[in-house]
Design a protein around this ligand. Structure first.
Ligand SMILES: NC(=O)c1ccc[n+]([C@@H]2O[C@H](COP(=O)([O-])OP(=O)(O)OC[C@H]3O[C@@H](n4cnc5c(N)ncnc54)[C@H](O)[C@@H]3O)[C@@H](O)[C@H]2O)c1
Length: 324
C-alpha cells in the first residue's frame, strides 16, 4: 500500500510513519511543513527507500495534490494541535484544521484516493453530560475553536464519504503521551520545573480529571479499527479505562524527578477557557475489536518525562506557543 501521512514529522504522525515503514512493501510519503514537526523524528526514515519526505503546506493545494499522486490511503494528522491558544488567533484553527482538511479531501478526490484516517479529538464532546462519553453522545456545544475546527473536519469527511464514496476512519483521541511528545501538560510542567524546581504554577485547581493514552497503544488501536471495520464512516473514541487528576500527574512527574515544589494554583475548575474539567471517553467500541491499552496512565506519564529528559533539544527547540 502507498500511504500518505500529513503531519508525518509530528509526534503521532512520525510514530505512525515508523510503524508503517517497517513493512518494506509499504511506500510512505510524509508531507509536513515542519511548523511543529521535527527533522529529528525522521532521521531513521530518511535512509529508507520506501519513504519519501516532502516539505509542504496543506494550504498549498497544487503541491499537496501533486505530492499525493499514486497514494492509496491518507493518514491526516497535520493540524494546529494546541488547544489552549485558540482564542489568541481565531483564524488559525479554521485554516490549519478545517480548511486544511478540506484541501486534503479535495486532493484525494482529484487523485482518485478514497480512504482517509483522521485524528480528531475527545474535545468535540465539549463538557460532556454523559461520562464515560460514548461516540453517539450528544455534543451540541463546543468549548474551543480547536474542537470546533476538528468537528467541522469530521463533518466534511463524512460528507465526502456519502457524496464521493470515500471510506472514513475518524478517531477521537484523548490526550496522547509517549516518545516524541512535544506539547501538553507534561511538557509544560517539565519545562517549568527545570526553570524553577521549587515552585510549580498550575492552571486551574489541579482537580481536572483527564484520560491519557500511550502513543504506541494509540497506533495499535488505529490499526485494529482500519483492519476490522468496513463502514462508510467509522468513528471511534481512543482512550483508556482510567483517568487521573492533574494533581496525580504532577505527583508522578515530581516523584520521578525527585522534586517537591510548592504548588501554586491559578484556581477554578477550568485550567483555561475551553478546558474541559472531566474528559473520560467510553472506549468499549474499539475494545470490542479486541484492542486494549497496555500502558497505564502513570507509566505513560513517566515514559514521557523520561523521553523529554533524554531529548532536551525538544525542550528548547519546540516551536509555537507550547514553548511560549
Ligand atoms: N497529541 C495529542 O494529545 C492529541 C490529542 C487529540 C488529537 N490530536 C491530533 O492528532 C494529530 C497529531 O497531533 P500531534 O500531537 O502529533 O501534533 P504535532 O504538532 O506534533 O504534529 C502536527 C504536525 O503537523 C504539521 N503541520 C501543521 N500544520 C501543517 C500544515 N498546514 N501543512 C503541513 N503540515 C502541517 C506540523 O509541522 C507537525 O509535524 C493532530 O491532528 C492533533 O490535533 C492530538
Amino acid at each position: 500500500m502507498n500511504y500518505f501521512i500529513t503531519g508525518g514529522a509530528g509526534f503521532i504522525g512520525s510514530s505512525m510513519a515508523d510503524a508503517l515503514a517497517k513493512d518494506l512493501t509499504n511506500k510512505i510519503t510524509v508531507y509536513d511543513n515542519f511548523s511543529t514537526g521535527f527533522e529529528e523524528f525522521l532521521l531513521k526514515l530518511k535512509s529508507l527507500e520506501n519513504v519519501e519526505i516532502i516539505r509542504g503546506d496543506l494550504l498549498d493545494e497544487s503541491k499537496l495534490s501533486d505530492a499525493m499522486a499514486r497514494s492509496d490511503f491518507v493518514f491526516h494528522f497535520a493540524a494546529n494541535a494546541d488547544v489552549r491558544f485558540g482564542l489568541k488567533h481565531p483564524r488559525k484553527d479554521l485554516e490549519q484544521n478545517t480548511i486544511a482538511t478540506f484541501n486534503v479531501l479535495e486532493a484525494m478526490r482529484k487523485n482518485g484516493i478514497d480512504k482517509i484516517a483522521f485524528s480528531s479529538t475527545g474535545s468535540v464532546y465539549g463538557e460532556a453530560t454523559k461520562i464515560p462519553t460514548p461516540e453517539d453522545s450528544p455534543f451540541p456545544i463546543q468549548t474551543s475553536l480547536y474542537a470546533s475546527s476538528k468537528l467541522a473536519g469530521e463533518a466534511m469527511i463524512s460528507s465526502y464519504c456519502e457524496g464521493y464514496g470515500f471510506t472514513g476512519y475518524i478517531f477521537r483521541f484523548v490526550s496522547i503521551l509517549g516518545e516524541r511528545y512535544t506539547h501538553g501538560h507534561v511538557f509544560d510542567f517539565y519545562k517549568k520545573l527545570m526553570q524553577d524546581p521549587n515552585e510549580l504554577y498550575v492552571l486551574g485547581n489541579g482537580k481536572q480529571r483527564k484520560s491519557y493514552l500511550y502513543v504506541q497503544d494509540c497506533l495499535r488501536a488505529i490499526f485494529a479499527v482500519i483492519q476490522n471495520t468496513k463502514e462508510k464512516v467509522n468513528i471511534y473514541n481512543l482512550g483508556t479505562d482510567e483517568y487521573c487528576e492533574v494533581n496525580d500527574s504532577i505527583k508522578w512527574i515530581c516523584e520521578y524527578l525527585n522534586l517537591s515544589p510548592k504548588l501554586i494554583y491559578s484556581g477554578g475548575e477550568h485550567g483555561w477557557i475551553g478546558d474541559n474539567p472531566f474528559i473520560f471517553l467510553d472506549c468499549s467500541k474499539v475494545k470490542s475489536l479486541g484492542w486494549h491499552s497496555n500502558t497505564s496512565i502513570k507509566d505513560a506519564v513517566i515514559k514521557t518525562v523520561k523521553y523529554i529528559e533524554q531529548n532536551k533539544w525538544i525542550y528548547t527547540a519546540r516551536k509555537g506557543e507550547a514553548n511560549a
